[in-house]
Design a protein around this ligand. Structure first.
Ligand SMILES: Nc1ncnc2c1ncn2[C@@H]1O[C@H](COP(=O)(O)OP(=O)(O)OP(=O)(O)O)[C@@H](O)[C@H]1O
Length: 344
């Protein structure tokens, strides 16, 4: 059984269209009018057990809407959704026992209770067997370094401490699947690293399936194997991260530093004659050659230069995932689905 199976998922929010003033309120009460605002325009997803998926997109692309539907908080307008075999909205009670969810911007813990009391409350709510609770508490306390603040009320925690406590809380009941919505937003570098390592550990050692949204590309690269990119409610890319990098990384950059006895313009000519590439002169000793993976290899270009000139240093620069995604979005976007005006 697939962990997540989604076909043709659509979501439209209904936005009241009300004229201003009292007359508008009365009119809306008698004959309400709504505008449909499309958020998801027909998404298909197949996620297998043990995958680690990064769900990426610009603001308003529909990431949170997807997570809310997959966790059962929202019902879809249309489409087929199964998570661990459950219809998340209709079978919500059984569904939530099998998943964990962490929403970076809000806590799932009780604000006034010490962390450990929140954990105990969750343990009885989820009817977690005592042995499982104790084993998980021990493991998470070690991995997330919770010891120093287990007895501190949640309201007194720093953001990084709260996030670590939230992660542990979401996993005490041993869910097979965890949803993470912006889990590192606002955290400092050390806390980000701790969270990333913990999620990686869960995925690799315990086989927990990860579904993660983040604006931080390092999160996606650090925690995920598969990348799904959403744009205006449609998935525009769904690929293994390394393959996506390979495919989108059309241009690599070789920066060569030649000896000060060399003429950089001459070096550029050598490269052009041998490969047809046009290099850019960066300064009196350095030149930069951009090339597609199918056009040339760095080893070939370095060899061509070395046969005729003296090289002091060279560096191959791969584009980051962030640059590649930016490039993907520079392509013309698909036209958005039409908004309708409806009355109830
Ligand atoms: N409760 C709501 N009522 C009306 N429209 C909504 C509601 N929630 C979201 N939307 C709209 O649906 C679209 C998708 O929003 P969503 O929050 O899912 O995007 P997102 O990718 O999570 O964005 P962000 O990165 O900013 O969190 C946006 O156009 C948003 O304005």
């Amino acid at each position: 059984m697939r962990t997540i199976e989604v076909r043709g998922l659509r979501k439209e929010y209904r936005i009241p269209e009300k004229e201003p003033g009292l007359a508008g309120t009365v009119k809306h009460f008698i004959r309400p009018r709504y505008r449909a605002k499309p958020a998801l325009a027909g998404i298909d997803l197949d996620i297998e057990p043990g995958e680690s998926v990064g769900y990426l997109g610009s603001n308003g692309a529909g990431k949170s809407t997807t997570i809310k539907i997959l966790t059962g908080l929202l019902s879809p307008t249309d489409g087929y959704v199964r998570v661990n075999g459950f219809d998340p909205h209709r079978e919500r009670k059984r569904h939530v026992r099998e998943i964990g969810a962490v929403f970076g911007h809000r806590t799932g813990l009780w604000w006034d209770l010490p962390v450990i009391d929140s954990f105990k409350t969750l343990s009885s709510m989820y009817r977690i067997p005592d042995a499982t609770y104790r084993a998980n508490l021990k493991l998470f306390t070690e991995l997330l370094e919770l010891e120093e603040f287990l007895s501190v009320p949640v309201r007194q925690l720093s953001l990084g401490q709260r996030m670590r406590a939230d992660l542990a809380a979401a996993l005490l009941h041993d869910p097979k699947l965890i949803f993470l919505d912006e889990p590192t937003g606002g955290l400092d570098v050390n806390s980000k690293v701790a969270v990333r390592q913990f999620i990686r550990h869960l995925n690799q050692q315990q086989g927990t399936t990860i579904f993660l949204t983040s604006h931080d590309m390092a999160d996606i690269e650090g925690m995920c194997n598969r990348l799904i990119i959403l744009d205006r409610g449609s998935a525009v890319l769904d690929e293994d991260i390394d393959k996506a990098k390979h495919r989108l990384a059309a241009d690599r950059r070789l920066v060569v530093t030649v000896s000060d006895t060399e003429d950089v313009a001459e070096v550029a000519r050598t490269v052009h004659n041998a490969s047809g590439l046009t290099c850019t002169m960066l300064d009196r000793q350095r030149l930069s050659c951009e090339f597609g993976r199918t056009e040339a290899t760095a080893a070939h270009l370095v060899g061509v230069i070395m046969r005729a000139h003296e090289i002091v240093d060279f560096e191959l620069r791969e584009p980051t995932l962030e640059q590649m995604v930016r490039r993907l979005f520079q392509q013309p976007p698909p036209s958005p689905p039409p908004a309708e005006v409806r009355s109830r």
